[in-house]
Design a protein around this ligand. Structure first.
Ligand code: HEC
Ligand code: HEC
Ligand code: HEC
Ligand code: HEC
Ligand code: HEC
Ligand code: HEC
Ligand code: HEC
Length: 227
């Protein structure tokens, strides 16, 4: 059998869980229900309980398979197996995209891979991950955006009155009505660069662009601060 990549399941430095387990664990893996997905290995090879990983995944996540098949705007990249994008066990970020939330998309999206080499890249696109703004399983919106149009998408993080929800007991916040989970540590950004691009709600409102925002709130937006 090919040697498994130790780092899909283990963190090399530290962990809050015993045995240096990765930061984010898939529920049935964490509860050691290995046999939901695995039969005893044969000749050193992994033997799954179903013919494909996807058939196993949909026994618990039927809603996702349905979304992929029935979404108004479909994503051809999601037509294959769930494990094309997800590690079945664990990962360094929520949802366990493999190998990480950016590269998981770049293998097929070479145009964006080229964009990632530019000097100035947008932090969510090349750190937090493409699925911050796009639903990879398909949805109702053009370009699979998480909002009906680009402006409300941007304002999810760059509007003064938007506050991401903290998830109890985890160092995570959620945006887009709970659809996107982000590690809190990635979100505590300095607000300097945002201040340059976002001179403040009052100046924008007077420019007639119709951006919302309450007077008197801190114009130097921490885009997705969790103050
Ligand atoms: C598919 C997930 C997975 C992969 C991949 C994996 N491990 Fe583990 N590893 C585990 C689990 C689960 C445990 C904890 C078992 C337990 O709690 O009894 C563990 C435990 C360990 C332990 C502690 C054993 C003990 O008895 O305390 C070591 C050391 C270890 N793994 C090393 C590695 C190395 C080295 C690799 C890469 C060659 C690797 N693991 C790959 C899931 C994995
Ligand atoms: C939700 C289903 C699921 C659960 C639960 C699960 N596995 Fe897996 N495992 C898979 C799949 C699917 C693969 C095949 C690898 C792939 O397609 O990425 C795999 C592969 C492996 C491999 C081969 C190395 C690798 O990472 O590809 C090891 C080792 C392994 N699993 C150990 C475990 C252990 C130990 C447990 C329980 C603590 C466990 N698995 C629980 C689905 C699961
Ligand atoms: C035995 C039932 C079961 C199976 C089989 C299963 N899952 Fe899960 N999965 C869960 C549970 C329970 C959760 C945690 C609750 C939730 O988010 O729905 C979860 C959560 C997830 C999450 C979200 C984690 C997060 O951070 O929100 C992903 C992604 C996921 N599963 C992918 C898969 C994939 C891919 C497979 C197939 C390899 C699979 N699951 C198979 C039960 C299962
Ligand atoms: C297995 C290959 C594959 C993977 C992996 C993949 N995609 Fe795609 N994606 C495609 C294909 C093929 C299309 C349709 C052709 C096109 O628009 O580039 C597409 C289309 C899209 C579109 C719609 C483009 C439009 O103009 O409407 C978006 C957005 C998108 N993908 C985002 C993502 C994101 C985000 C990820 C990672 C979570 C991802 N893709 C991973 C293959 C993939
Ligand atoms: C094209 C890549 C891709 C494919 C294929 C894919 N996913 Fe996902 N999925 C993602 C990414 C990326 C995320 C976002 C992780 C995050 O940031 O929370 C995600 C999130 C999830 C979540 C948790 C958040 C949510 O949206 O509910 C579940 C559960 C999930 N996927 C299950 C599945 C299952 C089951 C399949 C197969 C039927 C599948 N995914 C196929 C890329 C993919
Ligand atoms: C900050 C939000 C955001 C993030 C993060 C993001 N995108 Fe987009 N993406 C958009 C918007 C908005 C559009 C629509 C652009 C338009 O209408 O011209 C788009 C369009 C696309 C398209 C359609 C083709 C195009 O260029 O118009 C693809 C494919 C795509 N994105 C892939 C990706 C990939 C891959 C990543 C991760 C590297 C990513 N996106 C990250 C917001 C985002
Ligand atoms: C998921 C949250 C999120 C979304 C959605 C989002 N951004 Fe951002 N944006 C950020 C973060 C985080 C930074 C980095 C702030 C920092 O470095 O202090 C940033 C920085 C920026 C910058 C400054 C870049 C620089 O180099 O200083 C601009 C301009 C920007 N975003 C525009 C947009 C636009 C346009 C959209 C909609 C297409 C958008 N953002 C959507 C989180 C987001």
């Amino acid at each position: 059998m090919e040697r498994p990549d130790c780092l899909t399941c283990h963190d090399p430095h530290q962990s809050k869980a015993p045995k240096l387990m990765q930061a984010f664990l898939h529920d049935p893996f964490a509860s050691k229900q290995c046999d939901v997905c695995h039969q005893p290995a044969k000749d050193g090879k992994v033997v799954l309980t179903q013919a494909s990983a996807k058939e196993i995944c949909v026994t618990c996540h039927a809603d996702k398979a349905e979304q992929i098949e029935k979404a108004k705007v479909q994503h051809p990249g999601a037509a294959g197996d769930c494990t094309d994008c997800h590690d079945p066990h664990a990962g360094r970020s929520p949802g366990f995209p493999k190998p990480n939330p950016v590269a998981v998309c770049l293998g097929c999206h070479s145009e964006q891979a080229e964009q990632g080499k530019k000097q100035h890249v947008h932090q969510p696109a090349f750190e937090q991950g493409c699925a911050t703004c796009h639903d990879p399983h398909g949805n109702d919106n053009e370009h699979l955006l998480r909002a009906k149009a680009p402006n409300p998408l941007c304002l999810e993080c760059h509007a003064p009155d938007r506050k991401p929800q903290k998830l109890e007991g985890e160092h995570l916040v959620t945006i887009f009505d709970g659809k996107v989970k982000l590690p809190g540590k990635l979100l505590r950004q300095s607000s300097d660069s945002a201040a340059r691009v976002w001179p403040g709600p009052s100046s924008r409102t007077s420019s007639g662009l119709g951006f919302g925002g309450s007077e008197g709130s801190d114009p130097r937006l921490d885009p997705i601060g969790i103050a």
